[in-house]
Design a protein around this ligand. Structure first.
Ligand SMILES: [Zn+2]
Length: 348
């Protein structure tokens, strides 16, 4: 009898192991890769896509309830309460079925994207965006390769006036030098220079809308940066930058541009050749200025505790104070620069 009991309990133990094992195999949980998780957090601005709360613990939920399906389309960021609702099916639940979850996800990510783009490119009457630095070795190629519809009236005028070619490169050789720095805008007369600037301002804003650069201050941690940023990723920054004059060659000055906060550093080089008019010689790109900028990441270097993003500035400008109130993201700092540690090697 005793022997029988031992045998049968052994049998049931084996059976229950088998059942548990089968259950695990049927719904095998595969860890969501870091990069996917970070993208989901960014695309939802670290906010619950259902109730739009960002002060509660957040979960990434599998819409189809298959924990092995880590496809981004299947993942929604929701808070603990909404997560409970998604797993509850009763008369009084809000019935967050797959279809509704997908709807919430799509609508919310779309809203975040639109708000982010508007924050980056829409200035206002008080602080209109004024792009005054254009990297013409990269902008024309980017506009064409991202499929932006650039053929408008200004394009046709600039083309017919032999200022640009069909590849949007500046071909005019005319030199109307107004200032002591040689700039690409001095290749044309002052009226055409304004048309050229205004045309590329429009195209740059179109480019930002299409590429949707990362708002770098929204992902200001080493982990997030390592997950989301690679060489050739575009990032957008609005804030204080230091400028340091390095050397002058044939009237074109090379300046170092950099900022650092919380052991994360951004640095790159700019050339007065790409600056519009007076901006090359007066304040905007000298010493310490608050500027807006679109940057292309060249590489990321981690040394000791500091992480450096080497970037190529694509467009730089001033204005857009409303960015801080319009962005859907929680930024590293919203204009309170007091706790930042700045470098000491600034000029001036
Ligand atoms: Zn919620």
């Amino acid at each position: 009898m005793m022997k029988n009991n031992i045998l049968s309990s052994f049998f049931y133990t084996c059976l229950s192991f088998l059942l548990v094992y089968n259950n695990i195999m049927a719904k095998k949980r595969i860890k969501i890769p870091n990069i996917t998780a970070m993208r989901i957090f960014y695309k939802s601005a670290k906010t619950c896509a259902v109730c739009k709360n960002n002060n509660k613990p957040l979960f990434i939920h599998h819409i189809d309830e298959n924990p092995s399906n880590n496809n981004e389309e299947n993942l929604i960021l929701i808070c603990a309460e909404c997560h409970n609702e998604a797993h509850t099916k009763h008369d009084y639940s809000i019935n967050l079925d797959n279809k509704r979850l997908l709807f919430f996800k799509t609508e919310w990510e779309k809203e975040i994207k639109e708000k982010s783009i508007n924050a980056m490119i829409k200035g206002d009457v008080i602080s209109p965006i004024n792009w005054t630095y254009f990297n013409f070795s990269i902008i024309p190629k980017s506009i064409i390769s991202y499929g932006i519809d650039y053929k408008n009236e200004k394009y046709r005028y600039l083309l017919e006036s032999n200022i640009i070619n069909k590849e949007l490169e500046i071909i005019s050789k005319e030199n109307n030098k107004h200032f002591d720095k040689k700039t690409i805008f001095d290749c044309v007369n002052i009226n055409n220079a304004h048309i050229l600037k205004s045309y590329f301002e429009e195209q740059v804003n179109n480019l930002i809308s299409v590429i949707m650069p990362y708002e770098i201050d929204a992902i200001w941690t080493k982990k997030e940066i390592m997950s989301l940023i690679n060489p050739n990723t575009f990032v957008y920054h609005n804030g204080g930058m230091y400028f340091k004059s390095l050397y002058d060659e044939n009237g074109i000055e090379t300046r170092k541009i950099h900022m650092q906060a919380k052991n994360i550093r951004i640095e790159g080089l700019i050339y007065t050749y790409y600056m519009f008019g007076l901006s090359s010689i007066i304040n905007s790109f000298k010493r310490h200025s608050n500027i807006i900028g679109l940057y292309l990441v060249k590489n990321i270097i981690c040394e000791k505790k500091c992480m450096t993003l080497n970037v190529t500035p694509i467009v730089l400008g001033s204005g857009n104070l409303t960015y801080y109130s319009q962005t859907p993201f929680k930024l590293r700092d919203k204009r309170d620069l007091s706790y930042l540690t700045w470098d000491n090697d600034m000029d001036g």
